[in-house]
Write a protein that binds this ligand. Structure first.
Ligand code: 2RA
Length: 344
């Protein structure tokens, strides 16, 4: 007997990816339901070799659904997740609405799967921001070995993190450059084609952006509150794949070779670090893949016990949809939920 799964936000970049990943990984679902806003009602989305007709959330009764994978934005999640949770359906939410709630576990299975048991308080589990997910996958095994004191992260984030319209804006602006059409930024604050923008999400009082703050708060919640984190988040004209330059200061000694060997064995990590032309990963190559790739691992002689590295992953997969499905797999594999149908 399998589970009944709903995908809320099924027509978005991440929702479609969730459907693909559930099918690819053979998630034990008897039934998968695609949900979205009224605007998308009747739209068709693919699930494996099937086509699903999108239904509206408003008209859907979650009572017999076991898990809702939600990627419908923070405002919708704030309103809907508690209601869905109250129906006994566990929500795994991809927005930032619940990540910092002490009664909601924030989970990357390779990092803190054991914290998942806290989900019963609200029946909600939060998925981290894309830039944090890949970062903590790479940091966790190094922290376990040599204890991280401080990290400096500079992100190079693809436009797909901003949704389908952001991808269209990059495409249209790139075309406009070649045909000499005028360029009017719409979703982005400045031109994104052949440019980089040091601004993602809204500005906060201290001059950091919300995206930068998320990296800090989520790393502390999932990995270790004692780690000092500072971040600069930058949007780059890449369609899929977030990259990060990470400078790490450890409490204890660790060499680049030791780090390489630890990361080679670590869950979710793939080291590509040949220290020669092309012997590293780029975001283009990470698209459609599940791994968190680590390249350019080297010692930083400017601090005691310092390492630098380059971390790349498909932001729609490990940064969002894949991690959400992996959280659902933890619930199932640890026997933390049983299909409602079986109980009936
Ligand atoms: C972005 N972090 O890349 C966001 C998506 N969650 O804009």
């Amino acid at each position: 007997m399998g589970y009944k799964i709903a995908i809320a936000g099924a027509t978005g970049n991440v929702g479609r990816e969730m459907l693909d990943i559930l099918a690819e990984r053979g998630f034990p679902a008897d039934e998968v339901v695609a949900l979205a806003s009224r605007r998308s009602q009747g739209t068709e989305v693919s699930f494996g070799d099937k086509t699903l007709k999108v239904q509206t959330m408003e008209n859907y009764d979650f009572s017999d659904t076991d898990i809702c994978l939600m990627s419908a934005g923070g405002d919708i999640s704030k309103e809907w997740s508690p209601r869905i949770g109250a129906k006994g359906c566990v929500v795994i939410d991809n927005s930032s609405a619940w990540r910092y709630d002490s009664e909601v576990p924030l989970i990357v299975p390779e990092v803190n799967a054991d914290a998942i048991t806290g989900f019963t308080k609200k029946n909600i589990i939060a998925n981290p921001n894309c830039s944090t997910a890949q970062l903590v996958v790479a940091l966790k095994p190094l922290h376990d070995h040599a204890k991280i004191k401080r990290i400096v992260v500079s992100t190079y984030q693809s436009v797909s993190g901003g949704g389908k319209e952001a991808m269209e804006e990059l495409f249209n602006q790139t075309r406009a450059v070649f045909v000499n059409d005028p360029i009017e930024p719409e979703k982005f604050t400045k031109r994104i084609a052949f440019n980089v923008i040091p601004h993602i999400d809204s500005f906060m009082e201290d001059g950091y952006t919300k995206e930068e703050w998320k990296v800090l708060a989520e790393t502390k919640k999932m990995l270790d509150p004692a780690i000092k984190v500072t971040c600069t988040a930058v949007r780059v004209p890449v369609f899929i794949g977030h990259s990060e330059s990470v400078n790490i200061e450890f409490e204890n000694e660790i060499t680049a070779e030791e780090a390489r060997n630890i990361l080679r064995e670590a869950p979710g990590c793939l080291v590509i670090d040949k220290q020669e032309d092309g012997g590293y990963i780029t975001p283009y190559e990470s698209a459609g893949e599940d791994a968190t790739y680590i390249s350019r691992i080297r010692e930083d002689a400017t601090v005691e016990n310092g390492l630098n590295m380059w971390v790349v992953s498909d932001n729609l997969r490990k940064g969002a949809a894949l991690n959400t499905v992996q959280i659902a797999e933890v619930l199932v594999n640890r026997g933390l939920i049983t299909p409602k149908k079986a109980a009936a």
